[in-house]
Write a protein that binds this ligand. Structure first.
Ligand SMILES: [Mn+2]
Length: 398
């Protein structure tokens, strides 16, 4: 069998207007176009996309059109584009990928193998936390001449994800999948992390653009080469806009000159410039700092003004009895006429019983209880047949 080459792209977040900027929306589209150019240049056999193609479940028409045009070079070169649905773009019925599929620009991977040469590709869309334990990970067995099986998912699995960002152990997936996987190609973590677990290569491609100030290792795609069932991976860098992330510390008497001095020591040319103002409140406003950063050549500016924050007196908080606080809350709740489900949710949130610590994750966790309560409350009314989408994508939520 000849060598099979796949380009693994993920988390392109098309349509994201980072910091309210149309420049950034263009940047996300440009990065995706560069990834597609790379696929054509390297003449790969297929592109795989592991979710969050779009930033939003309802991308604007221009965003969908831009995506469709970006995919055109692949069609011209007969390179298929295979994808799964991520948590940011997930809708309850038909997915945007389905629309692209209708135009033959994209194909959704699923639990049946999609065979490229001697490689079987599978895909499982992002799974809501509330149904993780009951979701089937059964895959249809690959044809006999397949030498390598790769599953695409959009989940935060540990390893390679670590600590509080991880949602599930990767073993949970590897044990529940009944096909012997050579590779688990992941999206959702915007960092190029990898691990080798029980004979399976597990890795995140990273995002194609930087979605948050702390995501330094982005603008990457992974080139997979498979020969005689052996999978190797090379990281390729996309050209993306530079960032300048720094604080400006103000003393009481610091004026605009102080800001100019700081800018003189940095190159803001065409950069996404993310500035945190700290120290004393003074005469210079955040708006003035923004304007000066633009004058210094920055393409996009975002300023967080955290000056004048009072330090918390930790000792005084520890002096308060937490038990006492809970008691006070219980008493106050008893005075209110809350429904059973509201009280239950309050309890779960306050007792921190393993709820996901992102807004969308916690919403997923709480959704079944809310749905039951809604059904009970509207018993005699015909229940709406569409699913409630309680997920609220937030800035910095992957
Ligand atoms: Mn993402």
């Amino acid at each position: 069998m000849p060598q099979t080459r796949l380009l693994h792209v993920s988390d392109t977040h098309l349509g994201k207007r980072q910091y309210g900027s149309d420049v950034r929306r263009e940047d996300f589209a440009d990065a995706f176009e560069r990834a597609i150019e790379l696929a054509v240049e390297r003449d790969v056999d297929a592109v795989i996309h592991t979710g969050d193609l779009f930033d939003d479940p309802v991308p604007s028409l221009p965003t969908v059109m831009r995506c469709a045009s970006a995919l055109e070079p692949l069609e011209e070169c007969d390179i298929p584009f295979y994808g799964i649905v991520g948590n940011h773009e997930r809708k309850n019925d038909e997915q945007w990928l389905d629309l692209l599929r209708r135009t033959n620009a994209a194909t959704r991977l699923d639990r049946e193998p999609t065979v490229v040469n001697d490689v079987a590709l599978y895909g499982i869309d992002a799974v809501r936390r509330s149904v993780w334990d009951t979701t089937s990970f059964d895959l249809e067995a690959p044809p006999e001449d397949v030498e390598c099986s790769i599953l695409c998912m959009h989940e935060l699995l540990e390893p390679p994800a670590e600590g509080i960002v991880a949602d599930h152990p990767v073993e949970d997936v590897l044990e529940r999948v009944d096909v012997d996987l050579d590779g688990l190609a992941l999206g959702d973590l915007h960092q190029p992390k990898s691990a080798h677990v029980d004979g399976t290569d597990v890795w995140y491609a990273s995002a194609t653009e930087r979605c948050a100030k702390d995501q330094e290792e982005t603008g990457l795609v992974q080139l997979l080469e498979i020969e005689d069932g052996n999978l190797t991976r090379r990281q390729l860098e996309l050209e993306t806009r530079p960032w300048a992330v720094f604080p400006i510390n103000f003393g009481e008497d610091d004026s605009a000159d102080h800001v100019r001095d700081v800018f003189d020591r940095r190159d803001l040319t065409n950069a996404v410039t993310k500035i945190e103002l700290i120290g004393e409140r003074g005469a210079v406003t955040a708006n003035e700092v923004s304007r000066m950063a633009r004058d210094a050549g920055a393409a996009v500016v975002s300023v967080d003004d955290n000056r004048g924050r009072v330090e918390l007196d930790v000792d005084s908080i520890e002096a308060m009895s937490l038990q006492g606080l809970d008691g006070a809350i219980e008493e106050r709740l008893a005075d209110e006429d809350f429904s059973a489900v509201a009280l239950d949710i309050d309890g779960r949130v306050r007792e921190d019983e393993g709820l996901n610590d992102t807004v969308s994750g916690a919403a997923d966790d709480l959704e079944p209880a809310l749905r039951d309560a809604q059904e009970a409350a509207f018993d005699d009314v015909e229940a709406p047949d569409e699913e409630i989408d309680a997920t609220v994508p937030t800035e910095g939520d992957e």
